[in-house]
Design a binder for this molecule. Structure first.
Ligand code: AQP
Length: 327
């Protein structure tokens, strides 16, 4: 059966970019593929979080995945560090990756600028660990947002190199796009990110979201309600594209263009439509938080299944690279 694999970093609160760009696809793909979804805590170490903060974030991301619809009876949900084979394969792939390939990665440059006091080697080799995450499960479908394009290209090149050097071992992992591959942040400029403070949290209440939306940029040329707006250049209108029916979007666009509808009312409609999606997720998350033992059980069972699949791949890999004698 074709496998799908993806991970989310426990580096902060899940936001609607993670939900629309990745989680929506996790839920869809688990219906047709053998699915492995993980909380990538080893990746998060590149940001040097405090231990207690990391532990809490791991649980919150797992809760977010489950509350969004990842079904532990269909998909294997686990924590990356519970499967030590991720680190083992990452080292083997590190030895196959030219420095020049890593030098081209724009995310390394972005993250280095974001945390200039902590430009560690893990940030640089991050995409190799990501390649190992995918390869360990011999995944052929990888649901991720557009920001991961370059890393996926590097993963394909690295795995093709492995196959060339050691013999056909890994399938080519293909990216699976959602309908929202790049959700822009509330600043209207960069992609929405956990660590940039420009996010709408998946667990936020409607009031919290409205508070953020009130300060969010709209059409820069529309200074007063009486100014006619251009919905196509408005970041808020782009969010309507993800949460609002086509019919209501047409009404909003017409109201904006004719200056009948003000930005505040447009934002209120958006907050209500977002709440229709986020409200049930928030409620399911609250139920999951109230039963920590159940989450422990789900993650333990997921780790058992993931370790078995990972070990099967590693036995083959160790043999191919010469780390284990052929019996
Ligand atoms: N703005 C986005 N639009 C669409 N998809 C997005 N993803 C992230 N931001 C957007 C997708 O969500 C998945 C999980 O992301 P991640 O946590 O592994 O890392 P990231 O891409 O670095 O996400 P963030 O939110 O920007 O986290 P920080 O700030 O910690 O780096 C991925 O599939 C990603 O494409």
């Amino acid at each position: 059966m074709v496998r799908t694999m993806s991970g989310i970093q426990p580096t902060g609160n899940l936001h609607i970019g993670n939900y629309l760009g990745a989680l929506v696809n996790f839920v869809e793909l688990q219906q047709q593929y053998e699915s492995f979804f993980c909380v990538v805590d080893l990746h998060a170490l590149t940001q040097r979080p405090e231990a207690a903060v990391l532990q809490r974030a791991v649980r919150e991301v797992a809760i977010g995945m489950l509350a969004s619809g990842v079904d532990p009876d269909k998909a294997t949900l686990f924590v990356q560090s519970h499967v030590p084979q991720h680190s083992e394969l990452a080292w083997i792939l590190t030895c196959l990756t030219p420095l020049g390939d890593l030098n081209r990665m724009t995310q390394f440059k972005d993250k280095s600028a974001q945390q200039p006091e902590n430009i560690n080697a893990g940030l640089f080799t991050y995409p190799i660990l990501q390649t190992a995450d995918i390869a360990l499960y011999r995944a052929e479908r990888v649901p991720v947002g557009e920001d991961q394009d370059q890393h996926l290209e590097l993963a394909r090149e690295t795995l093709r190199r492995f196959n060339f050097v050691y013999g056909e071992t890994f399938p080519d992992p293909q990216t699976v796009r959602s309908k929202a591959p790049r959700v822009i942040g509330l600043d209207g400029q960069a992609k929405m990110s956990k660590s940039k403070g420009n996010e709408i949290g998946l667990f936020e209440t409607a009031d919290e979201t409205m508070l953020k939306l009130r300060g969010a940029k709209t059409d820069p040329a529309r200074l007063r309600k009486s100014d006619k707006g251009t919905p196509e250049v408005c970041n808020i209108f782009s969010y309507h594209g993800y949460f609002t029916s086509a019919e209501q979007r047409e009404e909003i666009a017409a109201g904006c263009r004719s200056a009948q509808l003000g930005c505040f009312d447009c934002k209120k409609m958006l907050a209500a439509n977002m709440e229709a999606v986020k409200g049930p997720i928030r409620e399911r998350a609250a139920v999951l938080r109230s039963d920590p033992a159940r989450l422990d059980d789900i993650l333990a069972a997921g780790a058992d299944k993931a370790r078995a699949a990972a070990e099967a791949t590693m036995q083959l890999v160790r043999e191919r690279v010469g780390l284990r004698r052929k019996d």
